[in-house]
Design a binder for this molecule. Sequence first.
Ligand code: EPZ
Length: 427
Amino acid sequence: MEKIVVNGGRELHGEVRISGAKNAAVAIIPAAILSDGVCRIENIPNIQDVNLIAEILQQMGAQVKRIDKSTLEIDPRGIREPVATYDLVRHMRASSYLLGALLGKFNRAEVALPGGCDFGVRPIDQHLKGFAVLGARHNVESGMIKVRADKLVGGHVYLDVVSVGATVNIMLAAAKAEGRTIIENAAKEPHIVDLANFLNSMGADVRGAGTDVIKVNGVSRLNGTTYSIIPDQIEAGTYMAAVACAGGNVLLQNVIPKHLESITAKLREMGVIIEEYDDSIRVIRRDRLRRCNVKTMPHPGFPTDMQPQIAAILTMADGTSIVNEAVWDNRFRYVEELRRMGAVISVDGKLAVIEGVDQLEGAPVKATDLRAGAAMIVAALGAKGTTTIEDIRHIQRGYEDVVDKFASIGADIRLVYTKEPNSVTAG
Ligand code: EPZ
């Protein structure tokens, strides 16, 4: 079993390069299925979730070539059967994007019900509602979702909730449909815009991504392309939180400061100094952090995927903070782990009340999911003493070279191997 061991209490100094965005990559790789040529995708993060989705395409018949650590070439023309079985997809939430992409290409798809981080019910009713508007029927048989249309025809979809996944899936299914699809109350996350840009680079006609109305004018054919993925907003936010927790002065390179605005604003409220440049930001923390309240919201609100990391730093802020998780039902499972380190947190439904303590102490903890695991690293870097983090496969799903990157800015962090069996990971 692999564990991460952190000896906390050292300031972070230096520079870190942020990788490509996981949540853009896991939408763009399936989107390549829609193409009738070779897609070269650059700035891909070398992480487990991306490798899994690329492997799924390969096992379905696509040719997937790794050109270098961050570049993939995908030729989807070998995919004959639009079917992704449970064995292929069970570790991945984003495997649901195969539904939209395969439906868009073949007018039918069969994909096993998705897995993913476990923080409450994760329905896909809005995805299916969108497919239905485009003319596809669905049914669930033996754990497989089957969608099928005689032909896909554009229509008007009004999402009941702002859903990243549903917005992506409807864009994928609509890209080659006949006529125009309008998605209202669409998600506006940077990775939605990135997917639209990728589709357009293949010859699609997608407009309005980044606003809450997206219009997709279907085209009959999509070509191969070369495309570079945006930097990872949440990886950057996690390093910002780490500097806020441990103190120090770090330059984050390869970021889009605009995508980080909600995180930057919150950290400034807490007393962190942030300097923004064209494609980098400098994060400096000298004094004790001030308390603040945080409510997660769809973009451009404060991202739910940064909620555990910000909670981790608030455990040592001066005063009492309230964190309101307004996107997911159950995203506070990590709180118990922070309590082992001396954090004082009470949770009531979607609210966590955090009373700042002077100092966290290192302890054995586990990563209960991807961002919860990131929060454990953040807390451990600011804590006194040694923290051992288990179940780190969750972290490796979404953070490229996380141990090396933190070590390069002065963290005392290392990967250790022990002989105990590994626990099960939900992707
Ligand atoms: C994406 O998940 C991200 N995953 C998540 O990041 C992120 O937490 C989430 O968006 C919100 O920003 C990927 O991009 C791969 P949603 P997704 O559909 O698409 C409800 C990480 O840590 N809903 O926007 O699954 C749902 O229950 C991961 O990187 C419906 O009710 O999230 C939730 O309350 C974890 N019906 C809300 O909408 C639906 O059909 C937002 O979910 C779909 C969603």
